[in-house]
Design a protein around this ligand. Sequence first.
Ligand code: F0G
Length: 428
Amino acid sequence: MTIGVQRSGTWQVCLACGNEMVETDPHPRCTRCGGLLEVEHRPPTGQELLRRFSERRGAGPGAAASGVWRFKEIVLPSATDVVSHPEGNTPLLHRPALDRWTGLSGLLLKHEGHNPTGSFKDRGMTVGVTQAKRIGASAVACASTGNTSASLAAYASQAGIPALVLVPGGNVALGKLAQSLAYGAKTLLVRGDFDDCLRLVEQASEQLGVYLLNSINPFRVEGQKTIVLEALEQLGWEPPDWIVLPAGNLGNTAAFGKALVEARTWGLIDRLPRLAAVQAEGAAPFARSFAEGFARRHRVKAETVATAIRIGDPASYDRGVKAIRETNGIVLAASDAEILEAKAAVDAAGVGCEPASAASVAGVRQLVAAGTIRPGDRVVAVLTGHVLKDPGILLQYHRDTDPPPAGANRPIEIEPTLAAVEAVLQGR
Ligand code: F0G
């Protein structure tokens, strides 16, 4: 259905063919050409938006003060019955040890692991599940490398909607799988990889009538935009030079680009930071396309220790290209060894994050070494998930790898005696 954009405050538009759809249309893709959708709004601009955002900051319990719904005008203005934990309001951290490690003078870390289920996915899911409820979805579903499923499981159970999650069996971090079970989602361990799961769940949404809540769903993207908005707010709306983030399926890269362009259009900032999207070397089809000037889309068989971004055929490719082009951004890849080293540095600084998140810090170090980021540049790196998401990789690194890596902190087994404790203290 095509609607007149003037008649609605919010609508959906196809990136590929420009087809417009009403905001309550449940189709996950364009009904005319199958392209990816974007949500568009007509918010008030500039000072009025800033006034509303800051008024709601710290306002009472519940959704009003959520780090997503504080920005309601540019997320989903028409939402009324909101399903919120609440979420967001995550810190912007600075650790001198990580300045030294990356070669910067003031690296800021936006730590999305501080969200209720421990990843940035909650910001998109509060909007996605709110929309699911609004359109009367009988069930919701997603394919996931683990975090989306954990988040969907939590928000769907809060909303009282049955949830189905499809994950690549054997390649989901323990904490994430445990969450999905705990929150009560029907959890399918698919004998295949993430790309197989996504194909399957798209078919299920088309043929079995479940509402799709992968980041293909444009309402997820709207929620994830608030990572950038909140970071800009924390910087007094003075944009940094760079925003660096890990990239897998490219939903978040798309959300960041959209948030920045809109923030400029609506008078919240006067210039755009550059985006740097960091993939894992063994799962880097987007980095490969970027290196060829986005001449063509690549698909790979993905393999990396950072299971969250073990994705070979990113669904939001077109949106990702748009985000990188519009922000004069770049795409790069970090090896598993670089990712694990960056993770050890983030962990040892007392911050902690999951492996995929550390790709952003590994990327910063690479870009500083290459002279692309200058030591005095203002840089925000996004940590997408909590350190406890992937305890398996931690124990492998610290306890089980032989010989121990440089940063390994071996646990020490002792007899139950004070002498044994003292011996450890004295380094004997
Ligand atoms: N970091 C973490 C911790 C993630 O879980 C993901 C994606 C990303 C980065 C990359 O974001 O896909 O938008 O480019 N996780 C998805 C999931 C795929 O199913 O949890 P992206």
